[in-house]
Design a binder for this molecule. Structure first.
Ligand code: CP
Ligand code: NVA
Length: 327
């Protein structure tokens, strides 16, 4: 079998992979998912060691990468913020050079994009961005697999992202749209739109002529005909001091059954990267009971695919590690 062009490559942003490479990865993930359901776990990373570095908390990313590495035959080792003390005890580039000598691949969750980019430059082994302030590529790979499972073809598929249109998830969905030809509508208030120029740049470099990225505050324009409505938290990690402001800006964009119905389609699915504030009894929203980006009627309802997305984090992480480390 030919070695993948992804061998030895890092994933800092979805921009790093071509449309063909993303498709190859999604197909490999789908194949691995089918094999896992039959109890087959090809140990293509046997003898390898994978580091997982978390400067921000995580549930899905951690469990996905740990199990994906283990099922691939590799040994995963998790490092938290206090284990490493980036930039306090030692510089990023020194830690990266140590990890690059010892590990075969590194998942890195941090703050500024420049930190994960610097880490990758000095590590010299594949580095996977497990979320930074700007991007969340390993999440969107799982989202794309979930959309393929529901709708097959991605090119031309209308998808509406609702909420903070300038965050890491929205930005990465926009990159995916340009790569694969999604018809992405970002429904967001004026104050929470993608950074100026980003959408024009992405469309200028689009790999699919079906790519559309529309940024609007008009729910009708954003939702009509959409196959998927996608939500995220209103306040991303590291932005907690903006909570009151975000509630004021986003409370009218809570996803309800009424909002879902505005797609006019019976087969529209609801997606969310999770964690989510949903329903009225969200224990974690004690400090801000007004935060609730989606009603339980939708989150727990038949249109919801949010736990398929969570599971798909594992299958896509497995494909990503296998293709970039082993080829
Ligand atoms: N979606 C996601 O990245 O979840 P975690 O923050 O729990 O890893
Ligand atoms: N935008 C969210 C995504 C969490 C998976 C955050 O950065 O906190």
């Amino acid at each position: 079998m030919a070695v993948s062009t992804l061998k030895g490559r890092s994933l800092l942003s979805l921009r790093d992979f071509s449309a063909a490479e993303i498709t190859e990865l999604l197909e490999h993930a789908g194949d691995l998912k089918e094999r896992a359901a039959r109890g087959e776990h090809p140990p293509v990373l046997a003898g390898r060691n994978i580091a997982l570095i978390f400067l921000k908390p995580s549930c899905r990313t951690r469990v996905s990468f740990v199990v994906a590495a283990t099922q691939s035959g590799a040994h995963p080792e998790v490092f938290g913020r206090e284990d490493i003390r980036f930039g306090i005890k030692e510089s990023v580039r020194d830690i990266a050079r140590v990890f690059g000598r010892v590990f075969d691949g590194v998942m890195f969750r941090g703050f500024e994009h420049g930190t994960v980019a610097e880490f990758a430059e000095y590590a010299g082994v594949p580095v996977w961005n497990g979320l930074c302030d700007s991007y969340h590529p390993t999440q969107v790979l799982a989202d794309l697999l979930t959309l393929r499972e529901s709708f097959g073809e991605l090119a031309g598929l209308p998808v509406t992202y609702v909420g903070d249109g300038r965050n890491n998830t929205a930005t990465t969905l926009a990159i995916a749209a340009a790569k694969l030809g999604l018809d992405l509508r970002i429904l967001a208030p004026e104050q929470l739109r993608p950074t100026p120029g980003l959408v024009a740049d992405l469309l200028a470099e689009a790999e699919s002529d079906q790519a559309r990225i529309t940024v609007t505050s008009d729910p009708t324009a954003a939702l009509r005909g959409s196959a998927a409505v996608y939500g995220d938290v209103w306040v991303s990690m590291g932005e907690e001091d903006r909570t009151a402001e975000r509630i004021a800006l986003l409370r009218d964009l809570k996803v309800t059954a009424g909002l879902m119905a505005r797609t006019g389609r019976a087969d529209t699915v609801y997606l969310h990267c999770l964690p989510a504030f949903h329903g009225l009894d969200t224990e974690t929203a004690i400090d801000h009971p007004d935060i609730c980006e989606v009603d339980d009627e939708v989150f727990e309802g038949p249109q919801s695919r949010v736990f398929d997305q969570s599971e798909n984090r594992m299958h896509t992480a497995k494909a990503l590690m296998q293709l970039t480390v082993a080829g």
